[in-house]
Design a protein around this ligand. Structure first.
Ligand code: ZN
Length: 69
């Protein structure tokens, strides 16, 4: 089963939980405050890498081509 990260919209807690294919769209309760106002977070590793590369290219060249040269 995949392990997903969730962010609690009420207290800001980030937690990981195993999600079965059948239950992947179910609301997950925050272990900190019990709120069900949680959203699935994308992989921090993948998001962080893409975001950094995009920011760097936006400031030094149009279209983000500098990383390929
Ligand atoms: Zn919470």
């Amino acid at each position: 089963m995949p392990l997903y990260e969730y962010d609690c919209q009420d207290c800001g807690e980030r937690f990981e939980t195993l999600v079965s294919a059948r239950g992947k769209d179910d609301a997950k309760k925050c272990p900190g405050c019990g709120s069900e106002a949680t959203t699935r977070a994308l992989s921090t590793f993948a998001v962080g890498t893409a975001s950094k590369r995009s920011d760097a290219c936006a400031t030094c060249c149009p279209g983000g081509t500098c990383g390929l040269q």
